[in-house]
Design a protein around this ligand. Structure first.
Ligand SMILES: NC(=O)c1ccc[n+]([C@@H]2O[C@H](COP(=O)([O-])OP(=O)(O)OC[C@H]3O[C@@H](n4cnc5c(N)ncnc54)[C@H](OP(=O)(O)O)[C@@H]3O)[C@@H](O)[C@H]2O)c1
Length: 354
């Protein structure tokens, strides 16, 4: 087990990362899910191994990871995989060898390649999770393809707009508000003219949300959420974008207005622990005539680029800010993942590989 220096940097500005390599004699590495998660993940759940790469056949590419994503879903999803499996996850990579004219050497791609430094695959024959060429982000870093211009960004975009139909003047509450999806949801809602209240896990995160333009932010670790939400949303809650589940959501749902809409995006409050006992929301749903809908972002696979283009346009117009918590080094992937689950990130948590 490697325990190397753990360095995190925050960034919201411009970064350029450019490096080419055409060697086929590669020291490839991968992180294995070595022990099944019980409670909070620790370093002991992971094992670093050397990866053997096959020779490229016609149609294949060799991709080198530049940034790898750490996301909450990996905690529950890995429970479906046996110990010894490759850790799952998205990455931004550079094509460093290619026998596929659609993916020439030097192109930047997104792929669901898991936690490994190098991947050989044939994009066209893959049955699912086909890698795609990144559209031009201009001067923005390609790492945004893991966040605001990728899966979390599309989760915010489609989840809020398609399921919640927020209208100008309505009150939108978002939990997990200082994370990748949450801060993005709040910013879209502000752009639409809504009153926006975020719920997050520290005063610093709450201050950051206010700086982004949120009307109010509540620190769920120190505040009486019910009382603070009454003050922050005096006209009640029309839309609740739920990233956390559990008692926070129970409290918010009690303050929903007639015909309120709830998008159930995630339940991170119970990913590491047993599900908290909360009161049955059905009574609220009946009498307030609420609409509550769970979703997985892959539902909008056929509109993927629409979400990315809309979010890119908002960034370029200055209407959408992005923030990353960047951990350096492939060896630190487990630590970055563990830290993110504990709330160590603000905005999107990514790991810079090269
Ligand atoms: N449905 C979909 O298709 C989809 C897609 C992407 C993400 N999601 C879900 O959306 C949620 C947010 O994902 P993300 O990628 O944006 O992650 P994220 O919010 O950037 O990172 C996770 C955050 O969760 C918070 N957290 C951890 N334990 C918590 C607890 N017990 N109660 C409340 N908050 C807790 C921490 O912030 P604090 O400091 O505020 O606690 C942490 O920073 C997750 O539930 C994820 O599974 C769903």
């Amino acid at each position: 087990m490697l325990l190397l220096g753990f360095s995190i940097m925050m960034r919201s500005g411009l970064v350029s990362t450019r490096r080419y390599c055409s060697s086929s004699a590669i020291a490839a590495k991968k992180w294995i899910y070595a022990k099944v998660f019980k409670g909070e993940p620790t370093q002991h759940n992971f094992q670093l191994e050397v990866d053997k790469l096959p020779a490229l056949k016609d149609g294949d590419i060799l991709a080198q990871a530049e940034y790898i994503s750490v996301d909450p879903y990996m905690r529950p999803y890995m429970m479906a995989y046996p110990a010894g499996s490759l850790m799952i996850g998205g990455q931004v990579g550079k094509v460093i060898d290619s026998k596929n004219a659609s993916f020439p050497v030097g192109s930047s791609i997104f792929g669901q390649f898991g936690w490994r430094t190098h991947t050989v695959c044939n994009p066209e024959t893959m049955k699912k999770d086909q890698p795609y060429l990144l559209p031009s982000f201009g001067n923005l870093p390609t790492s945004l393809a893991l966040g605001v211009l990728g899966m979390p960004g599309n989760t915010a975009y489609f989840g809020l707009l398609e399921l919640c139909s927020p209208k100008k003047g309505e009150t939108v509450v978002v939990s997990g508000a200082a994370g990748a999806v949450g801060n993005h949801v709040g910013q879209i809602a502000k752009n639409l003219g809504c009153r926006v209240v975020g719920i997050a896990g520290s005063d610093a995160k709450c201050q950051w949300l206010k700086d982004l333009g949120f009307d109010e932010a509540i620190n769920y670790k120190t505040a009486n959420i019910f009382a603070e939400l009454k003050k922050a949303a005096p006209k009640g809650v029309d839309v609740y974008f739920d990233n956390v589940g559990g008692q926070i959501s129970e409290t918010v749902i009690k303050q929903m207005n007639l015909y309120g809409r709830i998008a159930v995006c995630g339940t991170i409050s119970n990913y590491n622990t047993a599900i908290e006992k909360v009161s049955d929301p059905l009574r609220q749903m009946v009498f307030k005539q609420l609409k509550m809908e769970g979703f997985v972002v892959w539902r909008w696979n056929d509109r993927w680029m629409e979400g990315i283009e809309a979010n890119l346009k908002w960034i370029n117009e200055g209407k959408l800010k992005w923030h990353e918590t960047v951990t350096e080094g492939f060896e630190n992937l487990p630590m970055a993942f563990i830290d993110m689950l504990k709330g160590g990130n603000t905005g999107k948590a990514v790991v810079k590989i090269i």
